[in-house]
Design a protein around this ligand. Structure first.
Ligand code: SF4
Ligand code: SF4
Length: 240
């Protein structure tokens, strides 16, 4: 039986949005925010500033996005696809989702507007928003990879804070070239979820239905980590 394992996350807000939200955060408060994010078990935070064209394309009026990133448990990831695995993955997703409301409440308490973007909302691609952060890359196996880890999940909060440390350039674009010469995920995919040109075929992938994560486990970025793969890639490029 095929199932979509993530269930909607209920609202856990304890504080309402301010009537007149602030738009500028101080360095001290940003530090406090980062500390809270870390204390809640997130691996880090990225920031997306959505430009006019992007908002028009997706029909949204959001400007500033916090991306709360968590590393998906390796114990779960290494399990064979099964109903039990999908239940555990959803449990982890629910727990981290609940913690995202603590972050939103902290911001509301400090007079910023903060709303969780519903993770299952098909209105807008969260990956597209993530790419606007210039802090991640979509791998050939369709993972949204940040430098901290390949196996990352994330939640997003739209906020009135307009002076977040947004990145202007993406220094992870080299991964596209690396993927074009690797192809391990294509070779090892049990569902043949790639077309003859090596393009990922979402409909054939069973990651979000049965919990397949074979390509993640085989990927050099998972096995060695981002920095080591980048170093090796750099050395190879120098030799060419
Ligand atoms: S296995 Fe290779 S091609 Fe596939 S995502 Fe990882 S690095 Fe890219
Ligand atoms: S998650 Fe599984 S089915 Fe999907 S692309 Fe990776 S190996 Fe193939």
């Amino acid at each position: 039986m095929r199932i979509r394992y993530h269930h909607p996350i209920p609202n856990f807000y304890k504080i309402d949005n301010p009537i007149n939200p602030l738009t500028t955060i101080s360095d001290d408060l940003l530090n406090d925010l980062n500390e809270l994010i870390s204390n809640q078990g997130f691996a880090g935070v990225s920031y997306s500033k959505l430009c006019g064209d992007f908002k028009k394309e997706w029909g949204i009026d959001w400007d500033n996005i916090l991306i709360l990133k968590y590393v998906m448990s390796e114990d779960i990831l290494t399990m064979e696809p099964s109903r039990e695995k999908t239940i555990l993955e959803d449990k982890e997703f629910q727990e981290m989702g609940q913690k995202s409301f603590v972050i939103a409440d902290f911001l509301r308490e400090n007079n910023f507007k903060a709303d969780l973007i519903h993770p299952l909302d098909d209105k807008v691609s969260l990956r597209a928003i993530a790419m606007q952060s210039n802090d991640c890359i979509i791998t050939r196996s369709n993972m949204c990879m940040f430098k901290e880890a390949l196996n990352m999940g994330f939640f997003m909060i739209k906020t009135s804070i307009s002076n977040l440390p947004f990145k202007k350039e993406n220094d992870m674009l080299w991964v596209e070239d690396f993927c074009s010469t690797c192809g391990v995920c294509i070779d090892r995919c049990p569902e043949n979820a790639f077309d003859s040109n090596g393009n990922f075929q979402r409909k054939l992938c069973t990651a979000h239905k049965e919990g397949c994560s074979k390509c993640v486990l085989m990927c050099p970025f998972f096995k060695r980590g981002y920095d080591k793969v980048k170093k090796r890639y750099g050395r190879k490029q120098k030799k060419l």
